[in-house]
Design a binder for this molecule. Structure first.
Ligand SMILES: [Zn+2]
Length: 559
């Protein structure tokens, strides 16, 4: 249907023409963007008076996890409490109400990361609640877990089992080497198949079109018209996304990134990317990026730091880095040559510096070899960046991706233990990076059904603009009005919209087709019920798209 929206307040994300009051859409594309006085109607368009409502380009979530959310649907939600006894009582009663025949493995999320103060959870404590079957409780940070003895037994973990990735994916142990029941990162992923085999049971997979549909529906309803899946672990994911697309139910441009771990893994991973693209790639689906983890998290003390961790008396613990500079440089050169982009998880300031150094060297090497530098490198998270490195993404053409809804109190003050006050106070600072000219993109990074509500881009815009988390506010007695320091790192509405639209499109390499409201581009846009530019900043949260258009068609709501 060909339509004209007039009397609208259109924010275009096109620097040449940031505002318009009239747009026309024909055959799925914008054919006019400008002032009503310049529009000549030939009578073939249906005209809608927008009564001054705000129109934005479709939003882009440039780091999220549809398949992890789909797969988490069988997990059990824990009550949010800092009382260990109450938590264990909930777990015990749940186990009693749901016998092993019904639920052979119980997966609870989440317990607060500070539940045990400076200590760690133990398998014995959990055994006291349930010992007749394996139980896993996930820490709120997503980077550690608490399991019972039955789970260790069925995974065949003993004092003699080596840690698969020392320093990162490992078992906490007592003085005799016996695992205590506290797991760091997803160490259990290396062993859990043994447990499923012994149970003769597997969790219901969410990696079907039906399992993944609710995630995409949620995103569509909240104005998202393109997204980047930051880790495709399984081909079933792509098969399901392709199935939704074939059924006309995928209303986003989708890109998915498989993962690799080492330089040795890379050639096979590149093959996988090319194979997936050949099998599933089309106008809506693209696979041309690889994901790499360079360090862990600031909350679990395994981020790579320039200065030692604050709680380390010897001054030697700089956290862990997963790939040295030479290997990372070689990976970049190889990806560039193979037309594969790289999306790198990095959290600590040493990971960020190493990443920049590697890109700088790889660019020089590619030029010396006569290769054009065409790879797109995205650094995801970048929670702590040394002031000396702020302008390097702009100089090196690196895109920086930030998960907006983390900007307030979501992770509390847990990283302080490792970073100390000074470093904690300057986390999540992106204005200098963007001001120096780098593209800054935004994301939800939701990994479970539990936090899907925070995947709403307007929730993220709210938190990043105010640096206050409405769900998990920082203690106001320590942080006035619960504002997370540094207040100067609040992101402006214009910067947030740019990152959620045109810069997000650049990261996904679809900026030639979408990301802004310009004649010739695909008509992906949202009509909002609230004018963000003139409303109170503490109401961004409540903003909802009234209508979401994908390829010129209303896919949520109607005019
Ligand atoms: Zn992620």
């Amino acid at each position: 249907m060909d339509i004209v929206l007039k009397n609208a307040k259109v924010y275009t994300s096109d620097e040449q023409q940031p505002w318009a009051d009239t747009i026309a859409v024909r055959e799925g594309r914008f054919v006019f963007v400008g002032q009503e006085s310049d529009w000549s109607d030939d009578g073939s368009f249906t005209v809608h008076d927008m009564l001054g409502r705000l129109v934005l380009p479709g939003l882009i979530d440039s780091h999220t996890h549809p398949s992890l959310v789909a797969e988490s649907q069988w997990h059990v939600r824990l009550p949010w409490t800092h009382d260990v006894v109450a938590l264990l009582e909930f777990i015990r009663a749940f186990g009693e109400a749901h016998p092993p025949e019904e639920m052979p493995f119980l997966y609870f999320e989440y317990y607060p990361s500070t539940l045990f103060g400076g200590g760690q959870p133990t398998k014995e404590l959990l055994d006291g609640a349930i010992s007749d079957r394996p139980v896993l409780c996930q820490d709120f940070s997503e980077h550690s877990h608490w399991v019972n003895s039955k789970m260790l037994e069925l995974m065949e973990i003993t004092a003699a089992t080596p840690d698969p990735v020392p320093g990162l994916e490992m078992f906490a142990r007592d003085e005799t080497g016996e695992p205590t029941g506290h797991l760091l990162e997803n160490v259990h992923h290396h062993f859990i198949e043994r447990m499923y085999a012994r149970l003769g049971w597997r969790p219901p997979t969410g990696l079907t079109a039906e399992g993944m549909r609710p995630f995409f529906q949620f995103m569509t309803e909240h104005g998202v018209t393109a997204l980047f899946e930051a880790l495709v672990a399984d081909e079933d994911t792509l098969r399901s996304v392709a199935e939704l697309d074939a059924a006309g139910e995928l209303h986003v441009h989708y890109e998915g990134a498989p993962r690799f771990r080492t330089l040795d893994d890379l050639p096979e991973a590149i093959e996988t990317v090319h194979h997936y693209q050949a099998t599933y790639g089309n106008d809506h689906i693209r696979i041309r990026t690889l994901k790499l983890f360079l360090d862990g998290t600031n909350e679990s003390g395994n981020s790579a730091l320039l200065k030692p961790q604050s709680d380390d008396r010897c001054g030697e613990n700089h956290g862990e880095i997963q790939m040295d500079l030479d290997d990372l440089t070689a990976c970049l050169v190889q990806c560039n040559r193979s037309d594969v982009d790289l999306h790198i998880h990095m959290v600590g300031d040493r990971a960020f510096r190493n990443g920049c150094d590697a890109v700088e060297t790889a660019r020089k090497r590619a030029t010396e070899d006569g290769d054009e530098w065409r790879i797109q490198v995205t650094f995801a998270h970048c929670e702590l960046v040394d002031p000396a490195d702020m302008s390097r993404p702009a100089e090196l053409g690196i895109i920086v991706n930030w998960t907006t809804h983390w900007s307030g109190g979501y992770f509390g003050e847990e990283a302080k233990k490792y970073l100390g006050d000074e470093r904690w106070n300057r986390m999540y600072a992106f204005n200098d990076i963007a001001t120096s000219g780098a593209a800054l993109t935004f994301s939800s990074d939701v990994v479970t059904q539990y936090e899907l509500n925070r995947g709403n881009p307007f929730f993220g815009i709210h938190v990043a603009h105010n640096r206050v988390d409405p769900q998990y506010p920082l203690d106001p007695s320590r942080h006035p009005d619960s504002v997370r320091p540094d207040a100067a790192s609040k992101l402006s509405l214009e910067r947030l919209i740019k990152g959620y639209t045109i810069d997000g499109a650049r990261q996904l390499r679809i900026d030639d087709r979408t990301g802004s409201i310009e004649p010739g581009k695909i008509a992906n846009f949202v009509v909002l019920d609230e004018d963000l530019f003139s409303s109170d900043t503490d109401t961004f949260l409540e903003t909802k798209p009234q209508v979401v258009f994908f390829e010129g068609r209303a896919v949520s709501g109607s005019l």
